[in-house]
Write a protein that binds this ligand. Structure first.
Ligand SMILES: Cc1ncc(COP(=O)(O)O)c(C=O)c1O
Length: 364
């Protein structure tokens, strides 16, 4: 999603006039307060990308070094990498077979005396089992963090998703529904969480003479903030465009043998970030055949994080059957407001025909 170029140019002129290009300037502050109102949570702190925001959120939890964080193998690499980067150990637990989010019952099986937190992911904006995970966290005195990179603007039973758990982390990367080219944020609900996040974002600097701890450069520039502010004006219209594409895909693909359209739970508002299907037996074929006609669907997430070289030897990396099945079956279809209805129909029909032909070739 690209903002209106004239508005962008005019905003850049204002930035030039102000002479302030970074370090939490006026555009940054405006974006932070507007997003805070939209996304909710007790305090809201913008970062320069979702990965540094995840680092900030983990830092703010003050987890003991070397402790274990239970997480999902069915996510983007960043989710586990930040755990490792903070000197913590990722422990993988299996996912719910329907919504593909961390299964609270599987989390319980992975708790040890060294467990300090849970980092769950609202995959595709489907929303985790918020009540189930909260219960596990409370009963075992664990911090509960959500990677909400896919859940921009998602509400559950009318409540902003960031109201749940200790912290939720958003990504505003260019591939996301709402973007500031690169960007991210943490919505935090713990006491004093906002202060910790702000210091960590700026090298741990408190004032001219005081650095109160380790920190990084997690600041978003004024130019990125401007891009985000202007895109904030557009994302609802983009959602409307995607709703239309979703309806076409649903109409063309529902009832097709071997294809499952992944859907939201009733209480969850659709985020329109992804359109995901699961294809039994033929995902690889459909993926490559689409590529051969220049349609770039994504096997998102594949492979599982637990199969990466850096994690595959962890004891928890084995025996994750629901996650493995999801990784082998999911396909995210092209999904953006500018996609024409005609193209969406053609893509869906192509998938239908390809899948049906496979069905004929496979002996039952
Ligand atoms: C689930 C998930 N977590 C974290 C990230 C990292 O965010 P960023 O690219 O903004 O660093 C992404 C995506 O890019 C993601 O999809």
């Amino acid at each position: 999603m690209l903002p209106n170029l004239d508005k962008l140019t005019s905003g850049i002129s204002d930035i030039y006039r102000s002479g302030i290009v970074t370090n939490m300037g006026p555009v940054h502050q405006k974006l932070e307060s507007e997003l805070s109102r939209l996304l909710g949570g007790k305090e809201f702190v913008i970062y320069n990308n979702g990965t540094s925001a995840l680092l900030g959120a983990l830092h703010a939890m003050e987890l003991p070094k070397g402790s274990e964080v239970i997480t999902t193998p069915f996510s983007f690499a960043a989710t586990s990498h930040v755990i490792s980067a903070m000197g913590l150990t990722p422990v993988f637990a299996d996912i719910d077979p329907q919504f593909m989010t961390l299964d609270p019952l599987e989390v319980v099986k992975k708790i040890t005396p060294k467990t300090s937190a849970i980092l769950a992911v609202h995959v595709y904006g489907f929303a985790c089992d918020l009540i189930g995970l909260q219960k596990v966290a409370e009963e075992n005195d664990l911090r509960l963090l959500y990677d909400a990179a896919h859940a921009f603007g998602t509400t559950v039973g009318g409540r902003a998703i960031a109201e749940f758990g200790d912290a939720s982390v958003f990504s505003f990367h260019a591939t996301k529904l709402f973007n500031s080219i690169e960007g991210g944020a943490v919505s935090i609900n713990t006491d004093d969480g906002g202060r910790k996040l702000r210091h960590y974002r700026n090298f741990g600097i408190v004032d001219e003479k005081t650095v109160d701890g380790v920190g990084l450069n997690g600041k978003m520039s004024e130019f990125h903030a401007l891009f985000g502010l202007l895109n904030l004006e557009l994302f609802r219209e983009e959602m409307t465009g995607r709703r239309r594409i979703r309806e076409i895909y649903e109409y063309e693909l529902s009832g097709v043998e071997g294809i499952e359209i992944c859907d939201y739970a009733e209480k969850v508002s659709p985020s329109y970030q992804y359109f995901v299907i699961r294809i039994r037996n033929a995902r690889e074929l459909v993926y490559t055949e689409l590529k051969s006609i220049n349609v770039f669907a994504r096997r998102y997430f594949y492979p599982l994080i637990s199969n990466f070289k850096c994690y595959q030897d962890l004891p928890s990396a084995r025996n994750l059957p629901n996650a493995q099945r999801a990784a082998d079956e999911v396909l995210c279809l092209p999904f953006y407001g500018g996609l024409t209805e005609d193209d969406a129909r053609k893509i869906a029909k192509f998938i239908r025909v390809t899948t049906q032909n496979v069905g004929k070739r496979i002996p039952s």
